[in-house]
Ligand binder design. Structure first.
Ligand SMILES: Nc1ncnc2c1ncn2[C@@H]1O[C@H](COP(=O)(O)OP(=O)(O)O)[C@@H](O)[C@H]1O
Ligand SMILES: [Mg+2]
Length: 299
């Protein structure tokens, strides 16, 4: 069971290139799709969910071309779009039962499944209240529940943690870990901490291009000698910012403690430190790193 993305290119109008020749093979596990706003994450996910068709390229699910023949995929797909609308006059339970009937679940199975999912997303107590009174985080949890109605083998969730508070985020990460196994789960985000502890693989997307695709360990390994710590003055920080990618900066009594992501030693007194995934992400998406530098390190 795998999802193969082959040379996918997608444009809006003539000039706007949202996806630029993306190729990826996704196997069961959690894949974190990481990229800043506008990177192309939602465009890619809509194509993978067979909502929109790409300008060029192919997507194969279990070997079947989903662009020509989307039905095999749709039966096994759970999708949470980035903006998820609900019918505010329905209760969570009624809304999920309604979506279950659209997905063709027999009513007896649907009732049980809906109760199970409401429990899973911690909404059992509120399940008979209308969605009008739900907070953004609660609506998002309803969205996550609907994506799981058909026990999907391919689960695509687009920025699912937006609107969730830290506790809900943590609960959501646990939920995804519990669900992983024999499923391909794709989760997009621009927040590294959403995926660093749970993703089996991370794909970094920026300006429509796939810059890296590897396990978190291997991404970190490739950056082993590329993060530097040093203590500098305020004026030096300003100057360094013009030439380097500064991933952290903290003001202390002895000056600014900064981390610089660079393949070369940025200052004589700079010492190498362990990279974090945040450093990796910033390195790949930072404009100060030329395409040439990226090639040395991209996976
Ligand atoms: N319907 C659309 N029409 C025109 N441009 C679009 C449309 N949807 C997205 N874009 C543009 O395509 C690029 C990628 O957008 P998107 O896939 O939404 O990125 P992300 O989800 O990573 O924020 C952005 O520059 C965005 O402005
Ligand atoms: Mg998006």
């Amino acid at each position: 069971m795998q999802l193969e993305i082959q040379n996918l290119t997608h444009r809006y109008g003539k000039d706007k290139i949202a996806l630029d020749n993306i190729s990826l093979t996704l196997k069961p596990g959690i894949i974190g799709l990481l990229g800043p706003n506008g990177a192309g994450k939602s465009s890619l996910m809509r194509i993978l969910a067979s909502i929109s068709k790409p300008g060029q390229g192919k997507v194969l699910w279990r070997g079947q071309n989903i662009i020509k023949n989307p039905d095999t995929l749709r039966k096994e797909l759970g999708y949470l779009p980035q903006s998820f609308g609900v019918y505010e006059n329905l209760t969570a339970q009624e809304f999920l039962l309604y979506l279950a009937s659209i997905k063709g679940l027999p009513s007896k199975i649907a009732a049980q499944k809906v109760d199970e999912l409401l429990e899973m997303v911690n909404l059992t107590d509120a399940s008979r209240q209308t969605l009008k009174g739900y907070s953004g985080g609660m609506k998002q949890r309803v969205g996550i529940a609907q994506a799981l109605l058909n026990d999907p083998k391919l689960l695509i969730v687009d920025e699912p943690t937006v609107g969730l508070d830290p506790e809900e985020r943590a609960r959501f990460r646990h939920l995804l870990s519990d669900l992983s196994g024999e499923r391909v789960i794709i989760l997009s985000t621009h927040i590294v901490s959403d995926i660093e502890s749970i993703a089996d693989q991370i794909a970094i997307l920026n300006a429509g291009k796939l810059l890296a695709f590897a396990t978190p360990e291997s991404l970190l390994e490739k950056m082993a000698n590329a993060v530097w710590h040093c203590i500098v003055t305020h004026d030096e920080v300003k100057e360094l910012r013009r030439h380097f990618c500064i991933s952290h900066s903290v003001r202390r009594s002895d000056g600014f403690h900064i981390s610089i992501v660079s393949l070369e030693q940025p200052l004589p007194n700079a010492v190498n430190v362990e990279p974090t995934l945040e450093d990796v992400f910033l390195f790949h998406t930072h404009s100060k790193n030329s395409a040439n530098t990226l090639e040395n390190i991209a996976c």
